[in-house]
Design a protein around this ligand. Structure first.
Ligand code: CP
Ligand code: NVA
Length: 313
């Protein structure tokens, strides 16, 4: 596909609002086909290698099932079983895998690992989460919001909690789509300065807006979508007690939800820690939306794979 074929997908910052809309459009089409039982084996015979340096439920299963539904195959690779785990350089792993498979998806501890893999691989590399970004998650989030709110340009999204990988990708993705994105975090856990700069630049181009605050009530005021994620991301377990203490005022609870627009959606990328970033009551009242969001990982990633692996006509 023009503009997509053969490219890496490491961060939404590398893609235009128009390209993100193209992915969402194809995702909606593929979702419709799947629901109607229509064949869509667009990647017959193609293979995806999946490297996971961290745990995963959604990313692993949705990529694997997605490749299978498209007529291809996915290989789950645990770095501990690969020579990579015994010190084989990323550079060599990237070049060797490129001789066997059509694309590589990687969940890595460090974003730099994914960047190095992408530099050395001759096939597309997809970021399945790093310490910095989670772009596939945000494609699913945008599709879920679009399904309910139609015009993303009229949507205010409030993210409350840790300024982490998901917050970073939401800031950039939301800004690219012309949304108003408000992020409320404790000052010491604010999103990276570089990410805020990229998001503000994107918002300027799209007509969107980016708001950074430490006040969760300010962020949710007038919001149509509320979003939170864990306070202790993978890799930060040693800071858990401190993080839980500092982020306590940022819990998505009924009192905070009541300050948003009436009927506001609540999203969570999952896994959720009830009683920490979200209460059980709020989670269960919005479980339908949250499970749609999880389902949409499948559809957006299938669209992404088709776009990256199909040569232009
Ligand atoms: N949201 C998400 O990426 O979930 P997993 O960690 O289960 O893949
Ligand atoms: N921020 C979380 C997301 C998990 C899907 C983490 O990095 O652990």
């Amino acid at each position: 596909m023009a503009g997509f074929y053969g490219r890496d997908f490491l961060t939404l910052a590398d893609w235009s609002g128009e390209q993100i809309r193209r992915i969402l459009k194809l995702a909606a089409e593929l979702k419709g086909k799947l629901k109607q039982g229509q064949e869509h084996r667009l990647l017959e015979g193609k293979t995806l290698a999946m490297i996971f340096e961290k745990s995963s439920t959604r990313t692993r299963v949705s990529f694997e099932v997605g490749m299978w539904q498209l007529g291809g195959k996915a290989l789950f690779l645990n770095p501990q079983d690969l020579q990579m785990g015994r010190g084989e350089p990323i550079k060599d792993t990237a070049r060797v895998l490129s001789r066997y498979v059509d694309a590589i998806m990687i969940r890595a501890r460090k974003h730099e690992t994914v960047e190095e893999l992408a530099r050395e691989a001759t096939v597309p590399v997809i970021n399945g989460l790093t310490d910095r970004y989670h772009p596939c998650q945000v494609l699913a989030d945008l599709l879920t919001i679009q399904e309910r709110c139609r015009n993303l340009r009229e949507v205010k999204l409030a993210y409350v909690g840790d300024g982490n990988n998901v917050a970073n990708s939401l800031l950039i993705g939301g800004a690219k789509m012309g949304m108003k994105v408000a992020v409320a975090t404790p000052p010491e856990y604010a999103p990276r300065r570089e990410v805020v700069r990229l998001a503000k630049k994107a918002a300027k181009e799209s007509g969107g807006q980016v708001i950074l605050t430490s006040d969760p009530r300010e962020a949710v005021s007038g919001a149509h979508v509320l979003y939170t994620d864990v306070w202790v991301s993978m890799g930060h377990e040693d800071e858990a007690p401190l993080r839980r203490r500092i982020m306590k005022p940022y819990q998505l609870n009924k009192a905070l939800v009541n300050r948003a627009e009436v009927g506001a959606m609540v999203l969570h990328c999952l896994p959720a820690h009830r009683g920490e970033e979200i209460t059980d009551q709020v989670f269960e009242e919005h479980a339908g939306e949250i499970m749609d969001q999880a389902e949409n990982r499948l559809h957006v990633q299938k669209a992404l794979l088709v776009l990256l692996l199909t040569p232009p006509a």
